[in-house]
Write a protein of this length. Structure first.
Lengths: 626, 410
């Protein structure tokens, strides 16, 4: 009713969206402004990350000192750590929830949710998302998912504890472990809400990018961040529904007595009635999402680092087209590699061979991206802002973790490495650390855009160096445990003679993990302090070309006062010869930069080329100077 | 100036006093409480003391960092006030740190390869394991080269091309030739790895059976949290199972109506004759487990409702391995590698690889699963089963191969 009237009112000038009365609730809680929603995603993501990191410290303590009591653990955890020792069931719950929170809530929602929401409208020149209401709903579904997931810590039987992949029958048969009771139900509910949130977000991102680009912003003028968010959203839209399908079948198996995943099961001497299902079915459905999911995690981080590296090297990103095509290649290939998680699950060995081929092919676009980053740094003029430090750290982790993927993608090597610490080390480097570093690079880089203030650079430096070193100290030695055949998700390494030699390494790794965790205090303090007390940001603090830095520092609903700027050029004209400044924003037309234009810039537009030639003839001095 | 202000700041001082007072009182309070408490109660005083100690250490470190931060700021501001160039060139600091990180990091990698690399599994003790090890070494060489070179470039470029106001970066948006090269070269290297991996994989899972050297069938059943081993007995065939027959006395649900089951033997450890192919038939009673024998490079999940099969040939006896590793206590073992519940971390059984003769004496001592109780249950005569003729068992053999293949297809 009133919406129509309101809409009419707005028709004449979209710019002053902000004039209708903003209450505390509509501004900070049920906000439909993409910038506020981005901040909500970010802060929720940071809180979840701190929780998940805390959980990891708990189980690292158990792994380092399996025979020692820590009475203060009992103070906090009660019966789950009776006598100051974490119980095996609770240990598995910690591992499970750590994985779930990190993969889904931090690196999917916290990363994509924050930066897609913030940057898509600002970098393509739109007033807001295509559907602000859906956007708000997306955040609140995510928030509910977080609350429900955390609530499972407050129930009698504890949280889900079958690993973040929740393989049935372990997760379906309530008798298999305490966590497969109510905790698992909450896990499933939380996941459904989370997927709904991701889908609403994803649909919004795709429709905004396709429909709402400003004048002149054709697809090949979009920054790589937008390309990455766009392809990530497509991946999510196509793969997340499969997870929901799998989850629904699991709910039926758990609550309504169906047998999709169950067959021939005897718990002790108790024969279950289920017949005809297959636990492998869940693995196929799960990894059909699960593998694209790791690219959903890493691609936005790669997009962010492309932008940050280019800006701070003061150089165009090398091979812009190759970067886009490799992203597209990763997107397409990521749908046909899921079987590499299942080489030794009893899947037909014939399939193993096929999935090995597709898996190793996906290394090619990843290699291209790495080489292009290196080529971008080559002969650059590198400014080491905190964001740039994290972006370089990302490239390093992406290389280290990516290379170990070549071992695991090889089916015959996977026989001995599957489910060992080698896998843990691999994905924590390539997906965990690299994506977190991408996210932190994004936070340091776009903090001024989000809050209008700068973060303290020196604390940022400290944060980077401590985290970077600690992450390598944690994950590099873990490869060797895996190569020695130490399986993951073990409560203690005390029961096997051959694992005892790794106990000292585990103590070392735990101390490194504690150091990494404490280093985050520098970030948290910096982040929250700078929101209120940071130095006020200038308009374009990093001297960047992209569109978001043309919007005023003060936020307004609709992003730009007056008309949305028009885009004339690609976003990577840094250090262009012939131009006085070392950057040319996308909004500067070629007519204002006659001295630096290149024939390539006109994309075969004969008229423009002629104008340029005429100008060059008229200004021979400028020409020779360039 | 501002450093002094910070130290003399009233809030800081008050905070420091408060923390000290709080720490002391709570420590004393804990001591008093611990003294008053009854004897069986755990003395928590020490615990709180150590927790508070660590918190104080952390706060002290934070304070130290804050002081350094302020000192740097004072230095920079004073430089600025005197009109001198900026005090600390952070770009140069980071560039040098990256160079340092590269050098120390590469040494660290070398240290890891030599020290931790020497603590790994011994060479494979199975035929296919040798191929896997070769494949591994090749991959390791290639990836290590790429790892070192890319990191030298990454941190080297970071060091060389640090910011300088005098320079302008080189505008170099693309070069199709270079891009083609670094697409094709990795593609070629990966093709080699894929082909070798594919052939290795096929040689492991698609074996042609040698009629003169039939594999020894052993069935392994997993459940929370133990393994059960079933040897085939004299007929060389592991008999049928049906989970619906599971009872307290017949824990594996063996179907003794199948004549092949009746001579099946149980074993506490897995004993294998060296040099003879072994066909592992893996099943699970409850949840998914993973049968993992790291020394033999064997791993396959055990899945309820499905038989999975892994065939391999052990090549070194336990005694030989004890000599090779210089460890008289060395034992082969298999363990669970797939999360399966609270006892997942301790599901192991010993594997002994022995000579053919030793194996024969050992297997003769093993008891059959079929006992008098079970005979009654299955309405079988309570008398030893008659010895079957050789021809009879050979005929059964081929029939069993057929059923196994069907099981694999399922």
């Amino acid at each position: 009713m009133s919406t129509i009237a309101l809409h009419d009112e707005h028709n004449h000038d979209h710019a002053d969206h902000g004039h209708h009365k903003e209450t505390l609730i509509s501004k900070y809680i049920f906000s439909m402004d993409h910038k506020m929603i981005a901040k909500q995603f970010l802060i929720t993501g940071i809180i979840m990350a701190v929780i998940a990191m805390g959980l990891s410290i708990l189980f690292r303590i158990q792994l380092a000192w399996p025979d020692q009591n820590f009475p203060f653990l009992e103070t906090f955890l009660g019966k789950w750590a009776e006598g100051g020792r974490i119980k095996p069931d609770f240990y598995l719950a910690l591992v499970t929830i750590h994985g779930t929170i990190m993969v889904f809530f931090v690196l999917t929602a916290g990363l994509s949710g924050t930066f897609s929401n913030l940057l898509i409208p600002l970098q393509i020149g739109a007033r807001d998302m295509a559907s602000p209401f859906l956007n708000m709903l997306s955040y609140w579904f995510f928030f509910m998912a977080c609350v429900i997931m955390m609530s499972s810590f407050f129930i009698q039987t504890g949280p889900a504890s079958g690993g973040w992949t929740v393989y049935p029958p372990l997760s379906v048969v309530a008798k298999a472990m305490p966590g497969s009771g109510l905790g698992m139900t909450l896990w499933l509910i939380s996941m459904v809400l989370f997927v709904a949130s991701s889908l609403m977000g994803g649909i919004n991102y795709v429709s905004t990018i396709l429909n709402m680009r400003t004048k002149g912003m054709d697809l090949w003028k979009m920054p790589l961040t937008i390309w990455a968010f766009f392809l990530t959203a497509i991946l999510g839209i196509l793969s997340f529904p499969v997870l929901v399908a799998g989850v629904v079948l699991m709910v039926f198996d758990r609550s309504f007595g169906t047998s999709f995943y169950l067959s021939d099961i005897v718990m002790g001497t108790d024969i279950l009635p289920n017949e005809g299902g297959s636990p492998i079915l869940w693995q196929h459905l799960f990894w059909f999402l699960g593998h694209p999911e790791v690219y959903i995690v890493i691609m936005p981080a790669l997009g962010i680092s492309s932008e940050v590296i280019s800006v701070n090297s003061r150089k165009p990103i090398f091979g812009y087209h190759a970067m886009v095509y490799s992203l597209i290649g990763i997107t397409v290939l990521s749908f046909i590699v899921w079987g590499h998680h299942m080489f030794v699950t009893g899947m037909n060995p014939l399939l193993g061979g096929v999935f090995m081929i597709t898996t190793l092919i996906i290394a090619v676009p990843s290699a291209v991206k790495t080489f292009n980053y290196l080529a971008t740094l080559w002969r650059g003029n590198i400014r080491f802002t905190p964001a740039m430090l994290f972006a370089i750290g990302l490239v390093s982790f992406f290389i280290s973790g990516g290379l170990t993927g070549i071992f695991l993608g090889n089916a015959s090597l996977d026989i001995n490495l599957h489910d060992t610490y080698f896998v843990v080390a691999h994905f924590h480097l390539v997906m965990g650390s690299a994506a977190i570093f991408g996210m932190l690079a994004g936070v340091y880089h776009w903090f001024p855009k989000m809050f209008g203030r700068m973060m303290n650079a020196k604390l940022g430096y400290l944060h980077f160096w401590l985290t970077f070193i600690a992450a390598y100290l944690v994950f590099f030695p873990l490869h060797f445990l895996g190569l020695d055949g130490v399986p993951r998700r073990y409560y203690a390494f005390t029961e096997f003679e051959f694992m005892k030699k790794w106990l000292t390494v585990n103590v070392f790794v735990t101390w490194a993990a504690i150091m990494a965790a404490l280093a985050q205090v520098a970030f948290l303090f910096n982040f929250f302090y700078s929101i209120f007390k940071g130095k006020v940001s200038p308009q374009n603090p990093w001297e960047s070309n992209t569109l978001e830095w043309t919007a005023p520092v003060e936020h307004l609903h609709g992003n730009w006062p007056g008309e949305i700027p028009t885009v004339y050029r690609w976003p990577y004209d840094y250090s262009k010869p012939g131009h006085d400044a070392d950057f040319i924003p996308q909004t500067v037309p070629f007519s204002q930069t006659m001295s630096s234009n290149l024939p390539h810039d006109f994309e075969g537009n004969a008229e423009a080329e002629k104008i340029q030639q005429d100008w060059e003839l008229a200004n021979p001095v400028a020409e020779s100077k360039g | 100036m501002s450093l002094r202000k910070f130290i003399t700041n009233k809030t800081t001082a008050a905070l420091a006093v408060l923390i000290t007072v709080f720490a002391n009182t709570s420590v004393f309070a804990q001591d008093a409480a611990a003294g008053a408490a009854a004897a069986p109660k755990v003395d928590m005083g020490e615990v709180y003391k150590s927790v508070i100690f660590y918190i104080l250490v952390f706060l002290a470190v934070c304070l130290f960092i804050a002081i350094i931060g302020k000192a740097i700021k004072v230095y920079e501001l004073s430089r600025e006030a005197q009109g001198k160039p900026v005090g600390i060139n952070w770009n140069r600091v980071h560039a040098s740190l990256f160079a340092l990180f590269l050098v120390i990091g590469l040494y660290g990698v070398y240290w890891e390869y030599t020290v931790h690399g020497a603590m790994l599994l011994p060479d494979a003790a199975s035929e296919h394991g040798k191929k896997i090890d070769e494949m591994f070494n090749l991959t390791l060489i290639i990836t290590t080269i790429v790892f070192v070179v890319t990191h030298i470039l990454l941190f080297g470029f970071s060091y060389i091309y640090k910011y300088s106001a005098k320079r302008k970066a080189y505008y170099y948006p693309h070069n199709n030739t270079i891009e083609k090269i670094w697409t094709i070269v990795p593609a070629l290297v990966l093709t080699v790895l894929v082909l070798m991996g594919f052939l290795t994989w096929r040689s492991i899972f698609f074996k042609v059976e040698d009629p003169n050297n039939k594999p020894l069938q052993i069935e392994v059943t997993s459940e929370q949290f133990k393994w059960s081993i079933r040897y085939p007995g004299a007929d060389g065939i592991v008999g049928n199972k049906n989970y619906k027959l599971t009872t307290a006395t017949n824990t594996l649900g063996i179907d003794f109506k199948d004549i092949n089951s009746r001579d099946d033997e149980m074993a506490d450890e897995m004993v294998l004759p060296v040099g003879k192919p072994v066909k592992l038939i893996l099943t699970s009673k409850d949840v998914i487990h993973s049968f993992y024998m790291p020394h033999f490079r064997v791993q396959l999940n055990t899945v309820p409702g499905m038989r999975t099969i892994f065939e391999f040939t052990p090549t070194k006896t336990t005694a030989e391995m004890q000599q090779e590793t210089n460890d008289p206590n060395f034992k082969y073992l298999f363990l669970c590698a797939k999360i399966c519940g609270a006892g997942h971390y301790n599901m192991q059984k010993v594997v002994r690889v022995v000579s053919e003769a030793e194996y024969k004496t050992w297997i003769a001592e093993q008891k059959t699963y079929l006992n008098d109780d079970l005979r009654k249950q299955f309405n079988l005569p309570v008398a030893p089963a008659p010895v079957k003729s050789v021809a009879d068992s050979a005929a059964k053999d081929s029939a069993a191969v057929k059923t196994n293949q069907m099981a694999l297809n399922k």
